[in-house]
Design a protein around this ligand. Structure first.
Ligand code: TEU
Ligand code: CA
Length: 560
């Protein structure tokens, strides 16, 4: 397997609005980020992924871009951004930017032109269709509730929007549009950035006929994802992008891809195919949902997690490359989700970190994960800010007849705002995030959970993460080793081996709050030589093949 810097890096995601506010307007900003770069360097981060900071009316917190080549006023100026880039580079870190090109904002100049008339030169930058009688062109549902089509009076046609109606989908069938995007990408790369995280990039090629999706339950709108996820021309488009842009730079690329499976991911990430380097896949994030989607709550069965992760670990080994993540700005906080944010917050956060960071792939840490930040529970729906949550609530409760309490419960468990409350820097008012009124309320647990406390306490999650990151730098085994699952049917223990050039790693993690006995299966050959890391004190290596795990305990042995 080829060795490269992006396989050996650890990435930290910044969600700008909630990171650090430097001027007291309640909104995180670029100057605020610069203030915290030393904190990230200390943590051991190699690459920063910055969620969108471009001009945007903020219908979806910056994922609706109205100018790809300018900075949002809330966040600062282009000069601030230039300073950020050079301060990141000065510290030996890299910066990757979010690339949101499945859709733009409806306030983008291209769309303003596009909607003017059917023969406007920008008309075909977007996806316009006449209605079917009084109805939308097809029955697709928007990710953020309601139809995926919006009627526009000016030309008596509808435009497609897989996300909000302020996020019209761009028409990748149009070579002019594709060239504009490539030009814009080069403009950023020429400024010296180190790569892109590509938003829903496997949605850009749609089945041209845009057919109705099967609808056996006769719902008003249904998901049309089979007609745009991994669509007919997706690999062609990515190969073209690679040729025109990506191949010209030594950069890192990761494609966010809902609905991608291992076979498809091999195609996207096989370096001989010249597409991308890695993908964010969603399989492990969907395991605690029932058949009716993310709001349909279901407890995690650890065996499902093992099956899924193992499939990806072995499937991409030697072919493509994995991304490793348990958190981002779209997911609830992992310690509240697969861990226990009450009695065992510190233990379970460290256990989950161990589980993830010892796998093969490039690890992503989402801001606040390194201090074990938890989900939020606002009493009132009015305190939530996320368009997905608000639209869903309106559709189900305000306009529908679902139970308020039941819907609030699903928001408490799965809502995206769980991950979007401001970073808790210290125990002063608003967690030191802002001196003003924060755009979304700070989690009241900031008095005990905050970065200042974590940095001071050598037993904190923060210092444990530092160690996990350092270990990856010290051992090629952790980066490149082959993965082997052990105890596939155990309901509490997730254990696996890694092996590389005669060295082995045994990772044993307890996903429960019980004391559980671990016994190394007889057909696994391993002899421990040292304890690499663990979240409880252990004496030494003597009992490595048979021991009792404490609640949420994690142990990593290195040996042969
Ligand atoms: O997310 C894409 C996506 O399909 C989901 O993760 C989805 O937004 C959501 O979590 C539904 O439950 C990307 C961005 O990460 C997300 O923040 C944006 O809202 C979305 O694309 C549109 O740009
Ligand atoms: Ca600010």
């Amino acid at each position: 397997m080829d060795k490269t810097w992006w396989k050996e890096s650890v990435v930290y995601q910044i969600y700008p609005r909630s990171f650090n506010d430097s001027n007291g307007d309640g909104i995180g900003d670029i100057k605020g980020m610069i203030e915290k770069l030393d904190y990230l360097k200390e943590l051991g981060i190699d690459v920063i992924w910055l969620s969108p900071v471009y001009k945007s009316p903020n219908d979806d917190n910056g994922y609706d871009i109205s100018d790809y080549q300018d900075i949002m006023d809330d966040f600062g100026t282009m000069a601030d951004w230039e300073e950020l880039l050079s301060e990141i580079h000065n510290r030996g870190m890299k910066l990757i930017m979010d690339l949101v090109v499945n859709h733009s904002s409806d306030e983008h100049e291209w769309f303003q032109e596009s909607r003017k008339s059917k023969d406007n030169p920008y008309r075909d930058y977007y996806i316009w269709r006449p209605g079917k009688g009084e109805k939308e062109p097809n029955n697709w549902e928007s990710t953020f509730s309601g139809p995926a089509w919006e009627y526009d009076e000016q030309t008596n046609e509808y435009y497609l929007h897989i996300f909000s109606k302020k996020q019209p989908d761009l028409n990748w069938e149009n070579p002019k549009l594709r060239n504009e995007i490539y030009k814009m990408m080069k403009w950023w790369l020429d400024k010296g950035i180190d790569g892109f995280r590509m938003d829903v990039i496997n949605f850009i090629s749609k089945v041209p006929a845009l057919p109705d999706a099967p609808n056996p339950e006769a719902k008003r709108y249904v998901s049309g994802s089979q007609y745009f996820m991994n669509g007919p021309r997706i690999h062609e488009f990515l190969q073209e992008m690679h040729k025109e842009v990506l191949s010209l730079y030594d950069i890192m690329t990761v494609g966010e891809m809902p609905g991608v499976d291992v076979e498809e991911a091999k195609k996207y990430t096989d370096q001989n195919r010249d597409e991308l380097q890695m993908v964010f896949q969603f399989e492990h994030m969907d395991l605690d949902s029932g058949p009716n989607g993310k709001w349909d709550l279901k407890p995690l069965d650890l065996r499902d997690l093992k099956e899924s992760i193992s499939k990806w670990q072995t499937g991409l080994h030697g072919v493509g490359w994995n991304s490793l993540y348990l958190n981002n700005h779209d997911q609830p906080r992992i310690v509240s989700r697969f861990g226990n944010d009450k009695e065992y917050r510190v233990e379970s956060a460290k256990m989950l970190g161990t589980f993830l960071h010892m796998l093969q792939g490039t690890p992503y840490i989402y801001q606040g994960e390194e201090i074990g930040m938890t989900n939020i529970k606002f009493d009132s729906i009015n305190d939530y800010q996320d368009i997905e949550i608000l639209n869903m609530y309106k559709e189900k409760v305000t306009e529908g007849n679902e139970d308020h309490d039941k819907v609030m419960e699903s928001i408490y468990v799965k809502g995206r705002d769980n991950a979007r409350t401001p970073i808790q820097w210290d125990d002063t008012e608003n967690g030191g995030f802002t001196t003003g009124d924060p755009w979304i309320q700070v989690n009241p647990n900031y008095k005990t959970i905050n970065a200042k406390q974590a940095v001071k306490d050598e037993h904190s999650i923060y210092h444990y993460y530092r160690k996990l990151i350092k270990l990856r730098k010290q051992h090629d085994l952790i980066v490149y080793g082959e993965y082997q699952l052990i105890l596939p049917d155990h309901e509490q223990i997730y254990a696996y081996m890694r092996s590389y050039e005669g060295e082995k790693l045994l990772v044993v993690t307890n996903f429960s709050e019980q004391y559980v006995a671990f016994q190394l299966p007889e057909d696994v050959t391993f002899k421990a030589e040292e304890v690499l890391i663990g979240n409880y004190d252990i004496d030494g290596i003597e009992d490595f093949s048979s021991f009792t795990l404490k609640p949420y305990e994690a142990r990593v042995y290195k040996g042969i």
